[in-house]
Every structure is written in C-alpha cells, then in structure tokens.
Design a protein around this ligand. Structure first.
Ligand code: ARG
Length: 755
C-alpha cells in the first residue's frame, strides 16, 4: 500500500524575484531545496503586491497544512539540555486502517477524538516498548491531529518526547530511523498490521526529529488553531495581536489548515515582518498536522512588506498655477504602518491548472512564462528550454536549444554541443587556437616546439619549455620565459632557478575546517585573507585581502573621501583580521592603518583602476585565521567559465540595508570580457574582470567592495583574481559583478609594497 502517496502532496518553494511562489510538485516527490533568488529584472520589481505565496499542494484525499510561528529565544539550554540529558522530540504520522474517518476526528474536543488520541498514544508507547533503547527514554507521545487517509482510514499525527543521555542521542536517532522504512519488515517484527486485543491496525509509521529550534519549546502547551479552507472563500490568519501590536516573545503558535478532498490550499502572506534571521523568529509551513521535518514546505523570516514607494498616476497636466500665495498639497496614503507579525490569506481550490498564468515544468515547478525559451534552465530539468523557436536575439544550437547571442564565442560551451563556440576564430576543426588567436595544426600541441609563438600550444603539457618572452608567458627570476600556463606556486619547479616556487607562503587555508547575494555562511579560517574594514563610527564598510603581514589590497572607491567621511585618511580606519562574525570583533585581530595608496589612475566615473593598498601600522602575526592570498602574475590566466569564490559581509539582497553578520561565500563563474561589455552597456575596461551567474541570484553587493574574488588553482592554492568593484544592482539576471583585474596591477603592487 502506498500510504505515503495517499496524503502527501509535497510542495517546492521556488523563490524568485519579489513574489514568493511555492508551486506544487507531484505527490511523492522529494522536496527540492529552496532557491533564494533576489529581484532580478526590473519588470518584476514593479509588481505592486509583495507577497509570499504558498500554494500548498496536497494529494488525496484531504489537504492539510500547519503553519507554525515561533518567536523569541526561549531559555533553550534549560529545556533542551539539563543534567547531561537531551530532550528529543520526534514528530510523525501513522496510518490506521482499522477505523474509518469521520468529521468528529477533526475536532479535538469530541469524545471520538479523545478516545482515539489516547489509544494512539498508548499504542505508540507499546511500539517504542519493543525497542529497549526507546522504551527507556520515552517520556510521552501525544496526538496532534487526525486526517482522512486512503480507503477512508485515518492518519494520526503525533509528537513523541524522549529524554536521552547525551551519549545515547545518536543511538536513539538511529533506533527511531529504523522504525520507518520497509513496511513488511515492520509488520512482521513489531506487530504492525495485526490486531492484538483491541489495539489499532497500523499500516505504516514515519517519523523524524523535530527542528532543533522547536524541540526546546514546549510544543504541547503551545496554542493551536484549526481552520478549514473552502473553495472560493478567502480566510485570514494573523500572528497574535496583528496589526495593532507585535507578537510576544517566547511564543509558539500553530495553525492547522485543512481542505476538502481533491483540493489544494493556497496560502499567501500579504505582510510578513519577523526578525531578520531565522534563528529566533520564523514561520514554518508543513504539509502535515505535526511539525515533521520530512514535510516542511517553507521556512520564512525577515520581512516582505508591501512596497512603500510613492506612486500614483501622473495627471495629464503637471503645472498648476494658483492665484493665491497659499496652497495645500494633500498626499493620500493607502498603506499604514503595521506592527511586527504577519497576515496571510488562504483558500482551497481544485487544481485544474496547477500553474495559473505560469509555465509548468516537467518536474511540476511553475515558472514565470517569460522565462520559457530564454536560454536559462529555469525549471532545473531544462523543460522550459525544449522545443523552442529562437528569436532574433538568440542563437540556435544544433541540439535545439536557444541561447542568448551574446554567449557566442565566449569560450564557454553554453549549448552543450559547442555550437555557440564554433566558427569563432578562423581556426578549422583540426586546428588549435592559440591564446594570441593564431591557428596551428592540432597535432602540434605539446610537441616541445613553440608553434604559436606565445607558448600557448605548450602551456598545458607535462613539460614546460623555454620560449621567447611575451605578454603571455611567465618570466622566471633569471629572465628566462617558460611556456607553462600559470606555473607560479603550482607545486612543480618549472624555472631553472626555481623562482616560480620560491615565494609561495600564500593562498592556502591552514585551518582545514570544513554580503554576498545567494551565498552561504563561511566557517572559521576558511578565508584567512578576508579583512573587514571599519570606518570609525560607521562600522564595516568594505572588504580587503591580506597579501603579506603588512599589506592589504582593497578597492580605490573604498578610500575616496565623501562629504561626510574622510575615507582617504589612514587614521579613520580600523582593520579587523581573522574575523568571521561582525558581532564578534573582540575575537579578531584589530590593526590600524599607516598608509593608504590609492591607484593614481583610479577613475571614479568609470571605476577604472579600482584598486588601493593599505599598509598596517604594525605587522600582523600570521596564523590559522590570518594568512595571505597569492597574487597572480601578470600573465596568469583566469579563463572564462572558471569557477571562483567571492566573499564578504555585504548585503545579502539588493533591496535590504543590513549587511551580513557572518562572512558569506558564493561561487560564481568568470565571464568573458567581450560578453560582459555587451551585458554592462560598454562599461568594461581591460582592467576589469566580470564574474557572476547570468541567470541571477548570486553576486557581490554593497559592502563587499574591496574584498576578494579568489580562484583555486591546480595546486589547491587560492589566487586573488579580482577585487569587488561595482555592479548594477545585485544578483540581477544578465548583470554580472565587475571586479578589478588584479593581474593588471602585479608590477604596481610589487613596486609599491615589495610584495
Ligand atoms: N560598490 C559596491 C560596494 O561598495 C560593490 C558592488 C558590487 N556589486 C555587484 N553587484 N557585484 O560595496
């Protein structure tokens, strides 16, 4: 029996732009991980209603969902860990086939509900009783609700509490996990599916640990509200007190929403104003009547308030002449300030069209219709890019895909079959294209002769050869030039004098542990060259990179005076090294600045030469958390398509003001300069290098400036490929981030710092 399919409709959260839609997946699918993509194209930014919409898709036969709002930080160590014991909560559901469902089971005050609930609790106790480890630590189990299962059976949702010595936690987790799984095994071993005296016939049981943030709260004493969603009737749920007062701290509130068989629930948050990070305050939506981690649909925190723009209609006449010297201008506001909390609407509907007004992917995600055939894999399974007719701004790949024409000849195989990279140079099929654009017969590659003239045909071979020096070859200390590409600090001696491996105390992460838009938290010591530059009263303003125990590289635009602040003055700055969390500066090393050298040709209009050097007032002790990044030689090649890392405490979304507290990291790809120049309205000079994810969502942002874009080279060392410089918004589609191309400044840096 496929009891899982019967009542579980899983929902994927696909968050794009300012409207947050959760679109249904077929029953039984896994929940894909959420993608957070910030606003990308202007069209969508103009959407009036900023909402967080959840279409909760539930399979047969009853739709249901719970929404849990949790606030404040309870004294959770107190509840959660005491006397070396850990309070573990598991949540799950089991299917009872020996009883038939009736409406009475929806109401926890009925005698039927109470009777069945206590039977289920007793039976759970019995089930755990058969496993010694579980019976020893089981405290209590309680039913959270019932719903209609397949063949008119009943599904019971429960919470089970265990009080486990710390040393036994993983054993208990395992024991609980083994309660799930193959039903047959369970049936025979644990008496499932058989009636013993007057117990229930249980066909299957699934459970999982409750979210650790919830586990510390007394879920049983929480307030619970039940709702029934109806078709063509919109109901509202609100956080307690909303909109007049903020929700109280230390609160756990649960809303259970059910709908009739064959229905889905649409849940739309008009106002959502919780704390910024989800550590304390958050909302979680489950496709279940108990907070089962296996059935999470979405988790939200932060705020999505309706747009506060001043808008209206522009009258045909905008110049008014008044005779008197007095006038009254009346502004009308159709919004008022509301307290923290949320308000959401829900209704049930019968899903005739699961993607109203949107494109339905083969994997049942719904995406905006204008993403169809745009060259990007928006569905994740390519279904939005199949069977397309390419328009005039696209190239047609041989395999049928359409791709933006600006991707032609950018050195990246975007079509997948290389169509977009064919006939780019004048090299023929059997030819090798040299870095200097010459074509040579392919078999001349790695033959020990410099056929290209720039050594590039010999640059990725087992052996490096001595070649004529050019702009594209590496020069050893003894002035000999070698053909190998990026030979510096690659772990092999290539120069006869060994100079390519002589100064390599850089780019490694001594700490082997383990803002940026679309990034993830970094761990301690992961980016030991990352520096946070604080301007005296302002806190963090820019990033920088350690290149030696005395010198930092940052962006020139970070050190230009403004009306209010003297950014060019060394004594205005505080340098935090070895910092991970902006809230824990005391744990890091603080230095002051002796000297700032901004690039003399920095142009604030074009942001050309956006690089500066900072000398520390005293050398910093290098350590696991403070370590220099490698500087690439002028001839170092960072090819288009290569993946690189950006790090910083900058904003995590274009539209917020706050910076990140934990250092963020994100992976982006180098984009060819010609392509980038087209994307960035001709703003790219040869001294810039672009990187990003062209479909949007991953980028550097305000506050990341001056920080590193690093590339891991063959030796595993990290090289400073770029310095965060500028961009158009953050994370917008087809608007990559622009970085200062560090290779262009290798000799300037050496000259200024000796590094
Ligand atoms: N100029 C910005 C700063 O001062 C950095 C902008 C980077 N923007 C981007 N979209 N890559 O922090």
């Amino acid at each position: 029996m496929t009891h899982e399919r019967q009542h579980r409709g899983l929902t994927a959260a696909n968050l794009t732009n300012t409207s947050y839609d959760m679109e249904p997946l077929k029953s039984g699918n896994k929940i894909p991980t959420e993608q957070f993509l910030p606003a990308s194209d202007a069209k969508k930014l103009q959407k009036k209603r900023v909402s967080f919409r959840a279409i909760v898709a539930i399979g047969l036969p009853t739709a249901l969902a719970i929404i849990a709002l949790v606030t404040g930080l309870l004294v959770w160590h107190f509840h959660y860990r005491y006397n070396g014991r850990v309070r573990k909560m598991f949540s799950g559901y089991l299917t009872i086939s020996s009883q038939t469902f009736s409406d009475a089971y929806e109401n926890s005050n009925t005698a039927e509900y109470k009777e069945l609930a206590s039977k289920v609790s007793r039976q759970l106790k019995g089930i755990y009783g058969q496993v010694r480890l579980l019976s020893k630590y089981h405290v209590a189990s309680s039913v959270q609700g019932f719903s209609e299962g397949s063949n008119n059976g009943i599904i019971a949702y429960y919470l089970s509490e265990f009080n486990v010595p710390e040393s036994q936690v993983s054993a208990v987790d395992e024991a609980m996990a083994s309660m799930d799984g193959g039903e047959n095994a369970r049936k025979s071993r644990r008496g499932f599916g058989r009636r013993t005296d007057n117990s229930l016939i249980i066909d299957g049981m699934t459970s999982g640990a409750v979210d650790a943030r919830l586990a510390g709260r007394n879920l049983k004493r929480s307030s619970k509200r039940s709702h029934h969603a109806h078709g063509n009737q919109t109901d509202i749920i609100r956080s307690p007190g909303f909109p007049d007062s903020a929700y109280l701290p230390n609160l756990y509130t649960e809303w259970q929403i059910r709908a009739d068989p064959e229905h889905r629930i649409r849940l739309e948050f008009d106002v959502l104003d919780l704390e910024k990070d989800c550590r304390n305050d958050f909302i979680k939506v489950y496709d279940s009547l108990a907070p089962s981690e296996k059935q999470v649909i979405a988790e939200k925190c932060g705020y999505r308030l309706p747009d506060e723009k001043i808008c209206g209609e522009k009258p045909p006449k905008t110049v008014y002449t008044i005779k008197s010297n007095q006038t009254t201008v009346r502004f009308h506001s159709d919004l008022s300030y509301v307290s923290e909390g949320f308000s959401a609407e829900f209704e049930a509907f019968e899903p005739t069209n699961p993607c109203p007004g949107r494109f339905q992917c083969d994997n049942d995600l719904c995406v905006s219709p204008n993403l169809e055939c745009d060259g990007y894999n928006d569905c994740g399974d390519m279904s939005d890019e199949r069977g397309c007719t390419c328009n005039e701004t696209q190239i047609k790949c041989k395999n049928g895909f359409c791709k933006p024409s600006f991707w032609r000849c950018d050195g990246v195989n975007d079509c997948g079959d290389n169509t977009d990279e064919e006939n780019c140079g004048n090299c023929k099929a059997q030819e090798f294209r040299c870095r200097n654009s010459r074509c040579i017969p392919a078999h001349k590659q790695c033959n020990g002769y410099n056929d290209c003239g720039d050594g590039s045909d010999e640059s990725q071979c087992e052996k490096s050869i001595a070649v004529h020096c050019s702009d594209l070859t590496y020069k050893c200390k003894n002035n000999q030039c070698i053909s190998k590409l990026n030979p510096m600090c690659d772990g092999e001696i290539d120069c006869a004098d060994g100079s390519d491996e002589a100064e390599c105390k850089c780019g490694t992460k001594p700490y082997k542990s383990s803002r940026i838009v679309g990034g993830k938290d970094s761990s301690e010591g992961e980016w030991p060259w990352q520096v946070s530059l604080h301007m005296n009263t302002q806190g963090h303003v820019c990033g920088a990179s350690v290149i030696s125990n005395r010198w930092l590289v940052t962006a020139a635009h970070c050190v230009q005076d403004s009306e209010k602040f003297k950014y060019s003055q060394p004594d205005q700055w505080e340098v935090y090294l070895g910092l991970l969390n902006q809230g824990e500066t005391s744990k890091s090393t603080l230095k002051r600045v002796k000297r700032i050298i901004s690039h003399p040709q920095y142009d604030h209009l074009s942001d050309d030469n956006d690089i500066a050097l900072m000398e520390l007032d005293s050398p910093v002790t290098l350590s696991q958390n403070i370590w220099p990044v490698c500087l690439p030689e002028a001839t170092h090649d960072f090819p288009a398509g290569k993946s690189v890392w950006i790090t910083g405490w900058g904003k995590q979304r274009e539209e917020v003001d706050a910076i990140a507290s934990v250092l963020q990291k994100a992976e982006v790809r180098i984009i060819n300069n010609t392509v980038c120049n087209k994307l960035m309205d001709d703003g790219i000079t040869p001294r810039m290098i672009c990187a990003g994810v062209l479909s949007g969502g991953v980028d550097a942002c305000q506050g990341d400036s001056g920080g590193p874009m690093t590339s891991t080279e063959s030796s595993g060392r990290m090289f400073l490929a770029g310095v965060v410089s500028w961009g158009d918004g953050c994370g917008r589609r087809n608007r990559p981030g622009v970085y200062t191309r560090v290779t262009e400044y290798r000799s300037w840096i050496r000259e200024m710092t000796g590094v």
